[in-house]
Ligand binder design. Sequence first.
Ligand SMILES: Cc1cc2nc3c(=O)[nH]c(=O)nc-3n(C[C@H](O)[C@H](O)[C@H](O)COP(=O)(O)OP(=O)(O)OC[C@H]3O[C@@H](n4cnc5c(N)ncnc54)[C@H](O)[C@@H]3O)c2cc1C
Length: 330
Amino acid sequence: MDTKDVLVIGAGISGLLCAAELHAAGMRVAVLDKGRGPGGRMSTRRGMGATRIDHGAQFFTVRDARWRAWVDRMLAAGAVREWFRQAPWDSNPEGYPRYCGVDGMNAVPKFLARELDVTPSVRLLSLQRVDGVWLAESDGGNRYCGRELVLSTPLPQAWALLDTSGLRWVTNGTRATLEAVRYEKGLATLVRLKGASAVPAPGCLKLDEDALVWVADNQQKGISSEPALTLHASSAFAERHWDSSDEERGGLMLEAAKPWLGEGVAEFTCHRWGYTLPLNPFKEPCYRNGAMNLTLAGDAFGGPRVEGAALSGLAAAEVIRSSLATAKGG
Ligand SMILES: Cc1cc2nc3c(=O)[nH]c(=O)nc-3n(C[C@H](O)[C@H](O)[C@H](O)COP(=O)(O)OP(=O)(O)OC[C@H]3O[C@@H](n4cnc5c(N)ncnc54)[C@H](O)[C@@H]3O)c2cc1C
């Protein structure tokens, strides 16, 4: 088996940025993800006619200089662009830039994955640690090894995996704090429209209704050649309608979105998000158990939203780099 320097489980923004930084530092890194492509919650759906629909994260912000450096690279490469600067809900009239991928939010993970060894469609089911090396086994029975392990999945999924190892990887106090991190559930309805929507510029609306908190026009956003909307419901609605049929929950969301549907709906589909945003993120940007070469990253550490997850991935890479440098006496 090929033992990598670092095995990263989770190809969301946090795992990919961590991997990209370690790869740039000369380490042999492998990234594994159960999804069909990289991106996690930065996801763009195709399939209803010629539509492209961002159905997870809608845009991202840039406040920190370390994240800014990566976003500048993506802007220069034409992978991302500013979507809008001023929104009706901004308290500051000057607003601030909100960025999106050029042809969908998954342009960001695709850009980061270009030079990395990323394997999609691999769901890891169990972990072991043998002679100081992490072994991860997938649902297909394949095994992957690395001297360092980074888990950048939502925390409950990392937890479930680590518990299969039978190892005591965290103190009781920290375990209790990590276990207390809660995520909101989410429900998205993706809509192909018969004609242009009535969503005003810049192509999105924040609302405060049970069935509808967000409407985005993916055509106005510039990612879909056909008119297509993303509708997000409140977390309370998502909880209540988790097991409802698409007809019922999608129907209620479409009813709430009626003023913006223009000539009407051609077709729609719903997507459940088990984890949208962590409500009470961990106070550190990542968690590291140096004795076990184990690092946990993701928005549960960096804070909710893309930028928080990105900063967590960068922090994880930094802590691994400095820990390896210390071990080598460098
Ligand atoms: C509906 C919705 C709307 C949002 N809107 C915004 C927004 O507008 N702006 C914003 O900044 N943020 C938004 N967010 C939040 C943002 O998307 C997240 O904070 C960020 O993308 C999290 O990145 P991550 O790397 O921590 O995790 P993720 O993106 O969740 O990546 C984790 C990865 O781990 C993989 N994985 C999990 N378990 C396993 C396993 N056992 N084996 C292999 N792979 C596994 C998953 O497939 C996933 O790809 C939104 C999120 C949702 C869901």
